[in-house]
Design a protein around this ligand. Structure first.
Ligand code: HEM
Length: 426
């Protein structure tokens, strides 16, 4: 481990170095620029961590099936039956298979498509009414839309007060993420928000199941585990999907060339219809490329973590068992070796040919291996659907006096939201 390059250890466990760099992402970018693709560094909660930023080295870690307990401790209060993010591999494998059997099923996506379209159309209608009053704040509304979509999908019904659920989720995340970085926060506020969320989930479960709940019950999961799972799915699904759409709209608003091409494609595929059918999605190829490029520049989940369970050879270095691997997905997405002019928004990077020419792990918006995102295919359906509805209806323009600054929270969020001016398209 000592032979892995990295900065000299600091008494504060690396905290001041992270804040001096302006955050974890910029710190990891700096570390990799200075020390190469494999770096040893300190992280609060993981004093002996490594960061791996090379696709070939990443591949060598892909089979690891353990997350470090300490880094995910902050999610423990969400789980009554054991932390779902750090389940032991033997328990996680069957759990993952049940989730995938529902979340990744094409038939299930198709079955929920019309319901998703209704929700997306309601938001478009609301925005249309509001557009004349000035710019629209995207992130909040799109997270709420995602939450409504995942609630409908996972719980089979609507929520009485989705805005309150969104804000309770935000409180829980801010409080527990705050704890992770040792800033502290109002714990009681977090606990109240969590109690409210549990009550909401209980209420929804009491009203009758859903495909997901039934599948979990059929796999003999305990009621507490089912409740935890529903909460965790809602948590994992709503902000991620919401910010993926809002970052894409932000990038299109600032890039008129790609925006015109997306609009032309959406018009061509949808014609006079305000929303796509499920089968239309695969024809919206440029839209999909723009979405993928957006998740490269602003990955909603910018990091991942694993713990080695046996010694691992990474290039010339032996990494001992028990080491925390902190994945810098965002930094990997900006590596100029695979992404020339890395900060430029170029959907053309995602033609089938360009994708095939790049190493597999140069792009990891959904993570990798047995702990990668189970919701990836559902997320792609949801985001493309919402983007198609919104881009068919509106042209988006940036607002000059509203700078957009990414901040690392549970997801990659824009500080002070993303505000865009909307005009109705013919
Ligand atoms: C654009 C939207 C989304 C993005 C970018 C995203 C990204 C991610 C990432 C980066 C991880 C960590 C993967 C790793 O450690 O290798 C993850 C985990 C996870 N995601 Fe997503 N996600 C999205 C949407 C969703 C949705 C819609 C769901 C559920 C319906 C979901 C469910 C999960 C779950 C359950 C995990 C934990 C995986 C495990 O521990 O086995 N995600 N996601």
């Amino acid at each position: 481990m000592r032979d892995i390059p990295g900065p000299p250890p600091q008494a504060d466990g690396g905290l001041s170095a992270i804040s001096a760099a302006g955050g974890l992402h910029t710190y990891q970018l700096e570390l990799h620029e200075r020390y190469g693709p494999l770096v040893r560094f300190q992280l609060p909660g993981a004093p002996a961590a490594i960061s791996v930023a090379d696709p070939v080295l990443l591949e060598a870690t892909a089979a690891i099936d353990k997350r470090p307990d300490k880094l995910f401790e902050f999610l423990e209060p969400l789980c009554e039956a054991g932390n779902l993010q750090t389940l032991p591999a033997a328990e996680h494998g069957p759990f993952r298979r049940v989730l995938l059997s529902v979340l990744a099923g094409r038939r299930s996506h198709e079955a929920h498509f019309a319901g998703f379209v209704t929700l997306a159309t309601e938001l478009a209608d609301r925005w249309e009414r509001r557009a004349a009053d000035g710019p629209v704040a995207l992130q909040h509304d799109l997270s709420e839309l995602s939450l409504r979509m995942i609630a409908q999908y996972a719980l089979g019904g609507g929520l009485a007060d989705p805005a309150r659920v969104v804000s309770a989720f935000e409180t829980v995340l801010t409080v527990y993420l705050g704890r992770l970085y040792e800033r502290g926060d109002d714990a009681a506020r977090g606990e109240r928000a969590l109690a409210y969320l549990r009550e909401v989930v209980d209420g929804v479960l009491a009203r009758g199941g859903s495909e997901l709940v039934t599948a979990l019950a059929e796999a003999d999961m305990s009621p507490a585990r089912i409740r935890d799972t529903v909460l965790m799915i809602m948590l994992a699904a709503h902000h991620t999907t919401g910010v993926a759409v809002s970052w894409t709209l932000h990038l299109l608003a600032g890039n008129p060339g790609p925006a015109a091409r997306v609009a032309a494609e959406v018009d061509d595929v949808l014609g006079a219809r305000p929303a796509p059918e499920y089968a239309d999605l695969r024809r919206l190829t440029y839209l999909e490329m723009a979405l993928k490029e957006s998740m490269r520049l602003y990955p909603p989940g910018p990091y991942g973590a694993r713990e080695t369970t046996e010694d691992l050879l990474l290039g010339p270095h032996r990494v001992p068992a028990g080491t925390t691997i902190f994945y810098p997905f965002w930094a990997v997405h900006l590596d100029p070796r695979h992404w020339p002019d890395p900060h430029a928004f170029r959907p053309g990077r995602f033609t089938p040919e360009e994708q095939a020419a790049r190493p597999r792990y140069a792009y990891l918006p959904f993570g990798l291996g047995p702990r990668g995102c189970e919701g990836a295919s559902l997320a792609m359906v949801e985001t493309q659907l919402v983007l198609a509805v919104l881009l068919r209806r509106f042209a988006f323009e940036p607002v000059e006096d509203h700078p957009v600054t990414p901040v690392e929270r549970f997801v990659l969020w824009a500080e002070h939201d993303i505000r865009l001016r909307l005009t109705r398209r013919p």
